[in-house]
Design a protein around this ligand. Structure first.
Ligand SMILES: [Zn+2]
Ligand SMILES: [Zn+2]
Length: 301
């Protein structure tokens, strides 16, 4: 007697042959950063640190939902008239476990690339571990630095470890960027004439000159953008043209605006004859030699 055999398909399920999946295309800014590393090997370490930060931020930001921020038009008008930004801490779609992860990993990356000293790194990491310390710290830091409900803005307190501002800023970015994204679609910013960010209140860290020769500032924290007069200093409002020094790179791709009153400067990407839009993650690294040039002339970032 022959043993009953099971249908063959149970042993050899029909497998449809699929062509191997092509590797997922790298994000444009990653491609650009790698090209930059090849073209300017002296920027290698800065590029590698940026690649690590960009990769981590993209992974977290992909999980952050676009928040629905309730903005009453009357409140928006009054906030804008008072120069106060729009994102309240309670609007930020913070997932604390994600935040803890990115806070820790940001500190790891900055320490690995020698941007954070060991002692400060250890203090920051232990802040992140203390269950009850981090949440109020982040809330207070945001309230103090955004000016949403007060005019004065301050940074981390004096006894905070050096570099804490930067770790908080980078760790909060994926969450705040989602807020700026949500509000950009729904808010009229044409009356915002201030040098600080209309979404989170931080300072601009970069700018773009649009094809119509307008200047848009880009927030150093949430990456939100807003229009601002091209020859006014966003840091001290100096608009005396003879007291604004502006110079460009030889290829015309980047420009520096420096203020001869407060001595601060801002870099810009000139999109007028450009082949791609501004990419802050790339352009801020590509312009590190410009920072050196500006500082050599006695300006501060
Ligand atoms: Zn901002
Ligand atoms: Zn100034």
């Amino acid at each position: 007697m022959t043993c009953p055999t099971r249908p063959k398909s149970a042993y050899n399920p029909v497998v449809t042959e699929r062509p191997p999946r092509p590797p997922r295309a790298e994000p444009r800014e990653v491609v650009e950063l790698k090209q930059l590393r090849t073209a300017q090997p002296e920027l290698g370490s800065a590029v590698d640190m940026q690649l690590a930060l960009v990769d981590m931020q993209r992974r977290v930001q992909a999980r952050v939902p676009l928040p629905w921020i309730q903005v009453d038009p009357e409140w928006v008008r009054s906030q804008q008239a008072a120069g106060r930004p729009l994102v309240r801490f309670s609007d930020v779609p913070l997932e604390w476990s994600d935040f803890r992860l990115i806070f820790r990993q940001t500190a790891d990356i900055l320490h690995r690339y020698e941007t954070l000293e060991r002692g400060d790194y250890q203090k920051i990491v232990s802040l992140g571990r203390e269950g009850n310390a981090l949440e109020p710290l982040v809330r207070q830091w945001y309230d103090n630095t955004s000016g949403v409900s007060a005019d004065a803005r301050t940074r981390a307190s004096g006894d905070a470890p050096a570099g804490l501002d930067q770790v908080l800023l980078l760790a909060l970015r994926p969450f705040l960027a989602r807020c700026a994204e949500a509000l950009t679609q729904r808010t009229d910013l044409s009356h915002w004439t201030h040098g600080h960010c209309p979404f989170c209140g931080w300072e601009p860290d970069f700018a773009v000159i649009t094809p119509t020769a307008d200047r848009r500032l880009i927030c150093g924290r949430c990456l939100g953008q807003w229009a601002f007069s091209a020859l006014t200093c966003p840091f001290c409002s100096n608009d005396e043209r003879t007291l604004i020094t502006s110079f460009a790179t030889r290829d015309g791709r980047y420009r520096v605006y420096a203020c001869d009153v407060c001595r601060r400067y801002l870099k810009a990407y000139d999109a007028r004859n450009a082949s791609r839009p501004v990419m802050v993650a790339v352009d801020s690294i590509a312009t590190l030699p410009l920072d050196a040039a500006a500082m050599q002339r006695g300006y501060i970032g």
